[in-house]
Design a protein around this ligand. Structure first.
Ligand code: AMP
Length: 398
């Protein structure tokens, strides 16, 4: 059975560890009031919703290679999602695209399908896909593998935390696709393993998150090395001034597709739990032992806080794991796999580590620490209530 807090001799010390130094090393919390936000969630008007969900294509309508269509079917996709419905055709026509969409909308397939088709038509084509996090890059690569089965097209995953020599070796085989995070791409450019002048198709995925993490300079530098004549695809859930800056220098005469249904998801019940700072772990414990808390994603703000919470929950007998920036990539992947396979049912994460994760069937998202902004809040709670399932998001507020 789970041990309650206070049942262990060093309980009080741990308690203070959780609640004392939470801000150490983190950016200051911006004013974000979840209660106000939750009370004012804009209702998506019925007509708007219906309008957004009208699908005008089936996969068989797209002018793509039959073997690619076969792989889409094999993957179990029977009809396009709204973003695929509207983005695949313009991308196939070679247009630049701005996709205002977040994870969960099917945006990955929206760019992978037409770009794989482009390479099938011309094997000299090279595609660079830039993502903010290693996890998202890994997910894109995995989706790429499904779509490219038996097509003899290869992708190299270039992310930090993994053996760079192996990546250099894979790059020497001249893959058509590179899926990468900005830091590692720059290292590989520096060591002359990547020459961006031959990449005439580029995807910037989750551009808003790249800006949040502080990749804006890196992105500008990478974009400056790309050929002027290229096809540029830009995806972002939100577009503020800084994101707009990158967008303007990146795309030319783009088609814009906006799919925002997930933003104010109707599938997620959102609640605020008022809890004293010193009682947070206790309250979390009492929630986690409830039967319906089947698969729970808990968000903390700092790497240390997340690790400590994970250790504490594990010591109490919960099947919990943590992902954050201090963990090696292989450890993060392993924890993520355990969570996906239900071998652990509680995952504690920082915002950066959890960005873009596609984990099916998360029953609850718990904001143990407040998110820094409205956008971060939306990204967090969007991990539950996916694919039209119901989800619950709880936010601790003191
Ligand atoms: P994404 O927004 O690209 O991360 O995709 C979110 C989830 O939707 C992933 O689990 C995809 O495998 C799934 N998905 C994407 N497109 C389709 C589709 N046309 N039919 C069914 N599932 C899809």
């Amino acid at each position: 059975m789970y041990r309650k807090f206070g049942q262990r001799s060093q309980g009080r010390q741990n308690f203070n560890r959780f609640n004392g130094n939470q801000n150490r090393g983190a950016r200051p919390v911006k004013a974000f009031n979840p209660i106000e936000f939750i009370n004012n969630i804009p209702e998506v008007k019925k007509e708007e919703k219906e309008q957004e969900n009208i699908i005008t294509h089936s996969f068989s309508d797209f002018q793509i290679a039959p073997e690619l269509k076969r792989n889409i079917l094999e993957k179990g996709y029977t009809k396009p999602t709204p973003i695929q419905d509207r983005a695949i055709e313009p991308i196939l026509e070679g247009k630049d695209l701005v996709g205002i969409a977040n994870t969960g909308t099917g945006k990955t397939a929206a760019f992978l399908i037409p770009l794989i088709n482009k390479v099938l038509k011309d094997r000299r084509q090279k595609v660079l896909i830039l993502t903010p996090t290693r996890e998202l890059a890994t997910q894109i690569k995995s989706e790429f593998l499904d779509f490219s089965r038996f097509l003899n097209i290869f992708a190299c995953l270039c992310i930090g935390g993994e053996d760079i020599r192996r990546q250099i070796r894979d790059l020497s085989r001249n893959p058509n696709f590179i899926v990468a995070t900005p830091g590692r791409v720059q290292d590989l450019i520096g060591s002359r393993a990547i020459n961006l002048s031959s990449f005439s198709s580029v995807v910037l995925d989750e551009a808003d998150r790249m800006v949040d993490i502080g990749f804006i300079k890196d992105i500008k530098y990478i974009v400056s090395l790309l050929p002027k004549t290229r096809q540029s695809l830009f995806f972002s859930a939100t577009i503020d001034n800084e994101v707009q800056q990158i967008l303007q220098s990146f795309v030319q005469d783009p088609v814009t597709v906006s799919v925002k249904t997930r933003d104010t998801s109707q599938n997620i019940t959102q609640k605020v739990i008022l809890v004293e700072k010193t009682k947070k772990v206790e309250v979390l414990h009492d929630l986690l032992i409830k039967e319906d808390f089947v698969k729970v994603l808990v968000f903390g703000r700092t790497k240390h806080g997340v690790q400590r919470l994970s250790d504490e929950l594990a010591a109490r007998g919960f099947k919990a794991g943590a992902i954050h920036g201090d963990k090696r990539q292989s450890q993060r992947n392993r924890t993520l796999e355990l969570f996906k396979k239900d071998e652990i049912n509680i995952l504690i994460a920082t915002d950066v580590a959890s960005r873009g994760l596609d984990i099916p069937n998360v029953s609850h998202v718990i904001n143990f620490d407040l998110p820094e902004s409205r956008d971060a809040y939306i990204h967090r709670i969007g991990r539950t209530g996916r694919a039209d399932k119901k989800g619950i998001a709880l936010t601790f507020v003191n």
